[in-house]
Write a protein that binds this ligand. Sequence first.
Ligand SMILES: C[S@@+](CC[C@H](N)C(=O)[O-])C[C@H]1O[C@@H](n2cnc3c(N)ncnc32)[C@H](O)[C@@H]1O
Length: 81
Amino acid sequence: MGNISRFMNHSCAPNVFWQPVQFDHEDDRHPHIMFFALKHIPPMTELTYDYGDIGADSSGVHSPRAKNCLCGSLNCRGFFI
Ligand SMILES: C[S@@+](CC[C@H](N)C(=O)[O-])C[C@H]1O[C@@H](n2cnc3c(N)ncnc32)[C@H](O)[C@@H]1O
C-alpha cells in the first residue's frame, strides 16, 4: 500500500517539495501529488520533504500527533507532524 513517498523522511531543510498537479485527466478534484527538486541533488542523496509545521496551539503546546524530529539540520524545528 502507499506510494514512493512512504519511504521519504521529513527534513526541516528538505531537498524536494510536493505540489498537487493536474496531469493526464481533467478531474481537478483528484490531482497527482508530484515532487520537485528545491536544489541540485547529487546522486545517492536521500530525498526529504517537509511534512508540515508542528501544529502548536497559541500557547505553544504541540499537537499530540507531533513527533520529535531527527533531521539534524541547523534550523531543525524539533518536531514535525
Ligand atoms: C513515511 S515514513 C518515512 C520512512 C520511514 N523512516 C521508513 O523507514 O520506512 C514516516 C515515519 O518516518 C519517521 N521519520 C521520518 N522523518 C523523520 C525525522 N526527521 N525524524 C524522526 N523520524 C522521522 C517517523 O517515524 C515517521 O512517522
